[in-house]
Write a protein that binds this ligand. Structure first.
Ligand code: HEM
Length: 163
């Protein structure tokens, strides 16, 4: 009787261990957390180039694109991180550059779009210097020849959420 109980206990423990192992294998891996490979949104706002106030550029984030957030794609075990942002049509942006390393580099205009730009970036703790070329045909009040100028600002990043 004693031996029988012992062997039942042993069988039970073995069964439970097998069940746990099967569960661990079957339950899908936990949702990716940045910087795991995957797709994310990154909150951001646009600050003035030198003063800590909101930039005029902030109002031209396209809210129909991930709610005005940046889209981040991480691949290659974290080695490739690409950020994409979209501005509104009335931003009149004809070129967009980000300061990476030694100076401004042109962001890539996403094919088939007018105001969607992507660039490699992963340092979301720091402010990112950006500049946009804005071209509004004139004459405009105060700008008889139109508004055509580079404007500098800084991206300030916030929460990163997996999509
Ligand atoms: C006709 C329309 C516009 C007018 C009359 C205008 C006018 C101005 C003026 C007077 C300044 C201040 C310059 C200075 O203090 O040095 C300025 C700054 C600036 N503008 Fe515009 N602007 C216009 C459109 C836009 C648009 C469409 C954008 C962006 C998409 C933009 C982005 C900026 C930025 C980034 C600055 C630098 C200050 C900041 O960060 O707010 N502007 N603009």
């Amino acid at each position: 009787m004693m031996n029988h109980t012992k062997s039942l206990n042993k069988t039970f423990v073995t069964l439970m261990a097998t069940l746990l192992l099967v569960l661990a294998l079957v339950v899908p891996a936990h949702a990716a957390t940045y910087p795991d490979d995957g797709d994310y949104t990154v909150e951001y706002s646009v600050l003035h180039a030198v003063n800590n106030v909101t930039s005029m550029l902030d109002a031209y984030r396209d809210t129909t694109f991930y709610g005005g957030k940046a889209f981040l794609e991480v691949s290659g075990s974290g080695s490739t991180q690409t950020v994409t942002v979209r501005f509104t049509n009335d931003s009149y942006i004809t070129a967009f550059e980000v300061e990476l390393g030694s100076g401004y580099v042109p962001a890539t205009l996403v094919s088939g779009t007018s105001f969607t730009y992507s660039f490699p970036y992963s340092d979301f703790e720091s402010l990112l210097k950006v500049r946009a070329y804005i071209e509004i045909p004139g004459p405009l009040p105060g700008f008889p020849d139109g508004y055509s100028t580079w404007r500098e600002a800084r991206f300030s990043f916030g929460t990163i959420d997996e999509i």
